[in-house]
Design a protein around this ligand. Structure first.
Ligand code: F6P
Length: 322
């Protein structure tokens, strides 16, 4: 293997830059040339390749976002799109690829490997933490800390006005962010897409609250099909018209900012291990960290297997919101 390429794809996440830095420097350490593909799969299709050296990744470990930009490519889902991408990979004499991203990124990498056989290693980069094969994904820790800090601020005003706040966090189809932020932010209830009985539980809490005159409440709601915080707030208002309810959607704030130490360390270890795995002959799999140990999982498994939610959190929230 003489030359490899790295790219970031899907929703960006804090720590991606720290990971790019580790990948570039590990490649250089092993005397391998390294190219960056700008804009994820779109960049691969549109021939947007740049050469990277040790200096290209100086002073980025602390920066959120991704210096290589990112995209969600529809064209890469097509046979023609992938063919164009392969032509470019070939013309740049790329022998192996490291991709940083989530589910969609891994799915694309798996299909590309099946079709063209270019060895490829994935690194889990998404704030959602919804990837099988790793305890945590890059950016998850920063995102939950950002959301927690926002909730701390919301608490002040919720308390002053005796209001109920429904705070919506990201997580698309999964409640990992909501569960962690709910505990860290001292929420009274957490609504996640996986649990359809959540609303009934929420109503129970407020029926109980009526009797004990709780002055204010923080409810963490995951975005998702159930309609997020706005939908939950209108149902709550219908049932308890006396409540003074407000909603806050934290949105993309959770995707930005300087990565936490935990994310930087995770990104660095995963990035370094991904390159070394590629050099050892790894080809159709992703790296992860389980119990502080590096693990590899096939793209197929990582995408298809369900990563269980930390269900114990539910029990905790029930007990602590007495
Ligand atoms: O995948 C990460 C994520 O931030 C999800 O939590 C969220 O649903 C989605 O991306 C938002 O995507 P976009 O930035 O493309 O709107």
């Amino acid at each position: 293997m003489k030359k490899i390429a790295v790219f970031t794809s899907g929703g960006d996440s804090p720590g991606m830059n720290a990971c790019i830095r580790a990948i570039v420097r590990t490649a250089i350490y092993h005397k391998i040339k390294i190219a960056g593909i700008v804009g994820g799969y779109e960049g691969m299709i549109n021939n947007n390749f740049i050469n990277l050296d040790a200096a290209s990744v100086a002073n980025i470990i602390q920066r959120g976002g991704t210096i290589l930009k990112s995209s969600r490519s529809e064209e890469f889902k097509t046979v023609e799109g992938r063919k164009k991408a392969y032509e470019n990979i070939k013309s740049h004499k790329i022998d192996g690829i490291v991709c940083i991203g989530g589910n969609g990124t891994y799915t694309g990498a798996g299909v590309f490997f099946e079709e063209y056989g270019i060895p490829s290693i994935g690194v889990p980069g998404t704030i959602d933490n919804d990837l099988f094969g790793t305890d945590h994904t890059i950016g998850y820790d920063t995102a939950i800390n950002t959301a927690m800090e926002a909730i701390d601020k919301i608490r002040d005003t919720a308390d002053s006005h005796n209001r109920v706040f429904l705070v919506e966090v990201m997580g698309r189809d999964t409640g990992f962010i909501a569960l962690a932020v709910g505990v860290a932010g001292g929420a009274e209830a957490i609504l996640i897409p996986e649990d359809q009985k959540d609303e009934a539980k929420l109503f129970d809490i407020f029926t109980r609250n009526k009797n004990r005159r709780k002055s204010f409440s923080i409810i963490v709601v995951s975005e998702g099909e159930h309609g997020g915080a706005i939908n939950a707030a209108s149902k709550l208002k219908e049932k308890f018209p006396e409540l003074d309810i407000r909603t806050t959607i934290l949105g993309h704030i959770q995707r930005g900012g300087s990565p936490t130490a935990r994310d930087r360390i995770l990104s660095t270890r995963l990035g370094l291990s991904a390159v070394e795995r590629l050099l050892e002959g790894g080809k159709n799999e992703c790296v992860g960290m389980i119990n502080n140990t590096i693990h590899f999982t096939s793209f197929k498994e990582a995408v298809e297997k369900y990563k269980p939610l930390p269900e114990y959190i539910y029990g905790m929230i029930d007990k602590l919101s007495v």
